[in-house]
Design a protein around this ligand. Structure first.
Ligand SMILES: [Zn+2]
Length: 98
């Protein structure tokens, strides 16, 4: 295989390129965007998405990115729903006249 950074030929099991020191990117079959169900998990529980993002960001940047994105969306939408939920509760308490 060849280094994607400098083009030097390197060993198939090399972890970093001996020519330029850049980490070798392998075509890892496990690497790729998240599957549907895992994206859903990250969306529903952003904390899980955050943990996956942190544990994958070195080895599986694509997966980490999609986990982080799903977690971020889940977090933002969760906050919006929480604001609406508490807004409705506060509004109904207020309308009952304390
Ligand atoms: Zn290189």
């Amino acid at each position: 295989m060849f280094c994607s950074n400098c083009g030097k030929e390197i060993s198939d099991n090399a972890y970093v390129c001996p020519g330029c020191g850049v980490k070798v990117r392998r075509n890892d079959p496990g690497e790729g965007p998240l599957g549907c169900w895992l994206g859903g998990v990250c969306f529903l529980w952003p904390i899980i998405g955050l943990i996956l993002y942190l544990s994958w960001k070195e080895d599986k940047p694509l997966k980490a990115k999609s986990a982080g994105k799903a977690a971020l969306w889940g977090f933002v939408i969760g906050v919006i729903f929480a604001i609406i939920y508490y807004g409705v509760i506060i509004a109904s308490i207020a309308s009952y006249g304390l």
